[in-house]
Design a binder for this molecule. Structure first.
Ligand code: ADP
Length: 522
């Protein structure tokens, strides 16, 4: 993209964010702001967080300008409004930076991502804006010392809610996690939406006002939020939290519902505390369901692959042996020594592959429960690598991979020889499998008290989004049609390395190849 086009895009992005920020902030400040500026309803925090995380930090001027203008419009002196705007811009930048740092993924399909969103963004980064904002209101003489506590609380909760209610919705719609197709999806979704709106209006609105005995307690909404998360994952959780939050805020502001108090700010405080818990619960549940669904999918895929993977070499081996037997039995055409040798080599390769697959399967439970014992002895890593390369000689030649081995320094240590072989074999076999036709480089070196093994290939590489999960059990980043395998090798490798107190890192780019770097303490 040219610099001009990039500049126009940035300007357009800033303009859109500015309008969204100013519009929602203006709305928020109308609703029961403590000390005129600390509102408990502050959606722009979530909008700014999502925008900066998804489209880059360079959008921060829009946040600054939006916050500056809205505070000026609501009567803040220029210096105070500028300080508040700095706090808001900083909140967005730090929030988005923390999310990136912690490798947050907007799909929100892992509990870890939700936890990061809650603590790093909603609780952590919002503190900056709250402290700077309230600090400048205090210095500007707008907030009296006695009111600092409650103003700070309102500001913080309002901003946190923006990150918990608005940001997830934007993240989920941006990342678009796949929806599981179930027969009743559309009807059920409509039914659920009606139930949510109905109950939210019942609890927080003035629905059926004459029916005094109606039970209007906010926890009536929890089963519905759970239903949304259980059946519709993060779409369900994010949309229903947003829906309930909107109805609840409007209802409370109009003076209805269980949180109503004489002062609107007090009503909203109770409501937003409730909404924070509800939003966090629904999002964690949605993520846990997504994780469970993935585990079930992975298991099904694994069963499919396992049967397929084991049958293929078995069928090939049995055909091969039958063929050889047949030729040997027909005494008039005895196969030559070369033919027999070739047959036996193929059979040996198939056996080797089956043994590796069965070996991986047998390892699963032992590695998962962490019950494997390390039998450490003094080993030279260089000779283990050489032996492994010799084992793979046939496969390397068939795949057209030339190997370059470089080693320097003292490469000995106390490790478990069989487990170490497993690590080396897995890395080399993956380099051959995913980097066929290209050279494979193996480098051994020292890094202080650690010994380093690097295996580099120039094959298909791994997408950045998949680079973490390929080290998990049954996780694969290639289609099963193109490449066989259980998705266990790297997981076992990582577990073995961790049991030795070492680390494994991956540097990879799609189409350019992968480098696995193992560091082992001696
Ligand atoms: P398997 O190779 O049996 O699928 P692994 O656990 O060894 O299982 O690897 C997990 C996934 O990581 C693979 O399915 C593949 O997508 C990816 N992968 C591993 N090594 C490489 C590599 N050297 N190059 C590209 N992708 C790789």
């Amino acid at each position: 993209m040219g610099a001009g086009k990039r500049g126009t895009k940035l300007l357009l992005g800033c303009a859109l964010l500015f309008v969204a920020y100013f519009g929602t902030a203006h709305l928020g400040l109308f609703l029961g702001a403590v000390a005129g500026f600390a509102t408990l309803v502050w959606p722009p925090t979530g909008i700014a967080l999502a925008a900066l995380y998804l489209y880059g930090f360079s959008l921060w001027p829009a946040v600054f300008a939006g916050a500056l203008l809205v505070n000026l419009v609501h009567g803040a002196p220029l210096v105070v409004a500028s300080a508040i705007a700095c706090g808001n811009a900083l909140e967005a930048v730090v929030g988005a930076w923390l999310l990136r740092r912690m490798r947050f993924q907007p799909l929100l399909d892992r509990v870890l991502d939700v936890v990061v969103l809650i603590f790093a963004a909603a609780v952590g980064s919002t503190a900056l804006s709250a402290f700077i904002g309230v600090g400048s209101l205090r210095l500007g003489g707008i907030v009296q010392p006695a009111d600092v506590g409650q103003t700070l609380r309102a500001w913080w909760i309002g901003d946190a809610l923006g990150d918990l209610v608005v940001a997830p919705l934007l993240f989920v719609f941006w990342a678009r996690p796949p929806v599981r197709r179930l027969p009743a999806t559309v009807t059920e979704a409509l039914f659920l939406a009606c139930a949510l709106v109905g109950f939210a209006l019942l609890v927080f609105g003035n629905l059926f006002p004459g029916w005094i005995t109606l039970y209007r307690h906010p926890y009536l909404l929890f089963p519905l939020l759970a239903w949304a998360a259980l059946r519709f994952g993060q779409y369900g959780a994010a949309i229903s939290v947003f829906l309930v939050s909107t109805i609840a805020t409007a209802g409370t502001a109009m003076g209805f519902g269980p949180f109503v108090q004489p002062i609107l700010a007090d009503s909203l405080l109770g409501l937003q505390a409730f909404m924070s818990v509800a939003a966090a619960t629904a999002l964690v549940l949605g993520a846990a369901i997504a994780e469970r669904n993935r585990a079930v999918d992975a298991r099904d895929e694994f069963l499919y692959i396992a049967s397929h993977e084991l049958r293929t070499p078995l069928t090939a081996l049995s055909l091969h042996v039958q063929n050889l037997l047949h030729r040997l039995q027909r005494s008039e055409v005895v196969p030559s020594r070369e033919q027999t040798l070739e047959s036996m080599e193929t059979a040996n390769r198939l056996l080797f592959r089956m043994a590796k697959l069965i070996g991986e399967l047998l390892e699963v439970s032992r590695v998962a429960t962490g019950t494997f014992q390390l039998q450490r002895e003094e080993i030279d890593l260089a000779s283990s690598v050489r032996e492994s390369l010799a084992r793979f000689e046939g496969q390397l030649a068939t795949a057209g991979c030339r190997v370059e081995l470089q080693s320097e320094g003292k490469l000995t240590g106390r490790w478990d020889p069989l487990r170490l072989d497993q690590v080396i074999d897995n890395l080399i076999s993956n380099a051959v499998k995913y980097g066929a036709g290209k050279p494979v480089e193996v480098q051994l070196s020292e890094n202080g008290e650690r010994v380093v093994l690097e295996v580099r290939d120039h094959g298909i590489g791994i997408n950045p989004a998949d680079q973490r999960r390929v080290f998990e059990r049954f996780e694969r980043a290639v289609s099963r049609r193109r490449f066989g395998g259980f998705g266990l090798g790297l997981w076992i490798t990582r577990k073995v390395i961790e049991a030795h107190g070492g680390t494994i890192q991956l540097v990879s780019a799609p189409g350019l190849g992968s480098t696995f770097r193992v560091e082992l303490p001696r």
